[in-house]
Design a protein around this ligand. Sequence first.
Ligand SMILES: [Zn+2]
Length: 240
Amino acid sequence: MTLKVDTLNDWIENGPSPAMQRYAAEIFRLQQDHETVSLSDLVAEAATSMQAVSRMIKRLKAEGYLEHTPYRGMRLTPAGEKMAMPALRRHRLAEVFLVQQMGYDWAMAHELTETLERGLNQELEDRMDELTGHPTRCPHGEPIPTREGQITYPDDQPLVEVGSKVWSRISRVRTHDLDKLRYIAELGLVPGTDIFVSGCAPFQGPLRIQVPGGVDQVIGHELARALWVEDVRNDRPMAE
Ligand SMILES: [Zn+2]
């Protein structure tokens, strides 16, 4: 069984492959919403077989990028998080490029990014960064790591925790559900939009939302949970 040892040495000598980096980036994304990531979460996002994902997890673990506790889930080690940053940057820049330069809506961009990012190298990534004006957020509002691997999260919180009669600004739209993304875009509830929650039904009922110059929208609690907002009280005159 020397083959097994050789394979392991091979892995370690060659450093993380692009596929490992993409997996690490995916785990990093999932970690933002879950304390630990489960195998099935990852299979659902990676759109590949359970065996392929298991093999990758084994490899990330063997090389010290991942801690995996059976039945509890996995989490990247600090080395794993560091390794994930270039792939996360590439993924989010590709999303911006697809929306801003190629005219796709953000739901389509989410799907096409997976394909596009696999063909990128540093040269193409840098050109995309330039053409899109060195963006710091993806179309969904998620921060893009710098080339040095620094990531800065916005100081935001879920809209459902803000309460009513407060102005806030949409910072991130945190869902991967294509239908939800499309609907949220239709309502114009995209990052950068200021909103005012004028009413909120009790027991996780619907929220009534005002957009400056727009009509009132009523959205369900479940949809509202995808919206993260930043405080804008300091930016805005006390209108209310
Ligand atoms: Zn995004």
